[in-house]
Design a protein around this ligand. Structure first.
Ligand code: SF4
Ligand code: SF4
Ligand SMILES: [Zn+2]
Length: 475
């Protein structure tokens, strides 16, 4: 009989896409040896087996426990016509509003990184006009009314000749928190620019590319030894007290052994409020990237945080309820350069075991709401100190620091974007990081890179839509 038992748990079916031709395919989610795999089959390109998570227990908890009712935008931008993911967006079938929306202002860049999801570089000179950018900002405001976070991105946005006019345009709108995504080259070399940037300091954050402390890893990921550039950029940001998040693109065997060191380094810098780790996404320019060899999953990065720092315990790094598949987070207090984890101060049964049959989590609506408010990325960081204090006060045995401020809060995020390999239709509908298309659509960042960036909509998506129409008998 034993030889008739398959060596895995069949967990669920999944709608995915083929890693080669991108057509929609069916697959299965399988659990074996505490690992989760997606097994899918394309009629043309055959079987594909992808590691989804190396921690089945965490992965199941993120699906089954850390979920909340989806919040809608105020407005949808497209109709349901061809089916997901061909209708972005946001179409009415999407299950989460935009917690964070990117506005790409140029494809131009002063670097040409071997890995770049937007395929940017010096050879792409175009800048979006201010009028187009204003329309993109208006589309975000129409969807969100008061957008939580808007991130000015590129290419390298600081090279845009009207960069400060773009920030002013964003400031004129009811955007709660503004971020600029940058490789730091201009910050490192243009003190007058940083000084002007500092005048936007309130409700503002620099999202600074920072992949490694090592020369070799930087050469591999960025094509340049950027160590001194990063150092000078951080010195300037420190000097002007501009809140900064370090953004680390993580690639297996390149910089995944530095995760712990980077967290400790970040904690030691005055201006740094957190680190975001992004496992490399199979999209755009990927020189020398082999998905089978180099991909990393969210749980693998989480595991490295736990193994490589003595700061966080497993209960400190938890799924973010608005998009638990794609984002894990740990909050800590930063006290004199040391980190005191905060997420784990919440009793584990409140967070983790709080299924339908457990006491506090499900029954205490106040705590639950506060937790969701705190652990969603969509609260304004300006109010983070306030909600954190609220949370601590409602838990009797924790001393809430009286003077808790946003400056004392440190956030570690793991943000995994979905690519053709890991694509799961259920998860894609819950993504909350979106990007403004110049034509007014708001598109999930993940599907944008798969189907909507540059000419992909014509070359890749149109034939798939035609195929979907033919099969549905629409044509
Ligand atoms: S990913 Fe979201 S916006 Fe895009 S088609 Fe699917 S449900 Fe609609
Ligand atoms: S990854 Fe960023 S810095 Fe590198 S080429 Fe692309 S846009 Fe420029
Ligand atoms: Zn295929």
């Amino acid at each position: 009989m034993a030889d008739r038992v398959r060596p895995y748990l069949f967990y669920d079916v999944v709608v995915s896409i083929c890693g080669t031709c991108f057509r929609r395919v069916e697959g299965k989610l399988l659990i074996a040896d505490d690992r989760v795999y997606m097994s899918k089959r394309c009629p043309e390109h055959g079987e594909e087996r992808v590691l989804v998570a190396d921690d089945a227990e965490y992965w199941r908890r993120s699906r089954e426990v850390f979920i909340k009712p989806p919040e809608q935008p105020n407005h949808f931008n497209t109709e349901t016509r061809w089916g997901c993911p061909y209708d972005c967006g946001l179409c009415p079938s999407h299950e989460q509003h935009s917690c964070l929306t990117l506005v790409e202002v140029t494809d131009h860049c002063n670097l040409r990184c071997p890995v770049c999801y937007s395929s940017s570089g010096p050879e792409r000179p175009a800048y979006r006009s201010l009028a187009t950018i204003e329309r993109m900002l208006d589309a975000i405001v129409a969807n969100e009314r008061e957008p939580d976070v808007v991130q000015i991105s590129g290419g390298e946005p600081t090279l845009h000749p009207e960069f400060f006019a773009i920030l002013d345009a964003a400031r004129r709108r009811p955007i709660k928190h503004l971020m600029v995504n940058t490789n730091g080259v201009r910050l490192a070399s243009d003190p007058a620019f940083v000084e002007q940037l500092a005048s936007y300091r309130r409700g503002f954050e620099v999202y600074l590319q920072f992949d490694s402390l090592e020369r070799e890893a930087l050469l591999k990921l960025r094509g340049a030894d950027l160590r001194s550039v990063r150092e000078r950029a951080l010195a300037a940001l420190d000097e002007h007290e501009i809140s900064t998040t370090l953004v680390v693109t993580v690639m297996r065997g390149v910089n995944d052994s530095e995760v712990g060191r980077i967290v400790e380094f970040a904690a030691s810098r005055r201006c740094v409020r957190g680190v975001t780790f992004q496992p490399v996404q199979s999209a755009g320019r990927l020189d020398g990237f082999d998905p089978a060899r180099d991909r990393l999953t969210l749980t693998e990065v989480r595991r490295r945080i736990l193994e490589q720092t003595s700061i966080f315990r497993p209960e400190d790094v938890i799924p973010v309820p608005c998009h638990p598949d794609g984002i894990a987070m740990a909050y800590a207090l930063k006290i004199n350069g040391s980190l005191v984890p905060l997420t784990g101060l919440v009793p584990p049964e409140v967070l983790v075991d709080g299924g339908r049959n457990t006491i506090v989590y499900e029954q205490d609506a106040t705590i639950r709401d506060r937790l969701f408010r705190l652990f969603s990325t969509n609260h304004s960081p300006d109010s983070a100190g306030h909600s954190l204090r609220d949370l601590l006060c409602c838990l009797p045995h924790v001393d809430a620091p009286q003077s808790l401020r946003y400056e004392d809060v440190f956030r570690v995020l793991v943000m995994q974007f979905i690519d053709a390999h890991s694509f799961d239709l259920r998860a894609i509908k819950k993504t909350c990081v979106h990007i403004a298309h110049p034509d007014g659509r708001i598109i999930p960042f993940d599907t944008f890179n798969l189907f909507y960036r540059d000419d992909l909509e014509t070359t890749r998506l149109t034939p798939l839509r035609r195929d979907a129409e033919a099969r549905a008998g629409v044509v």
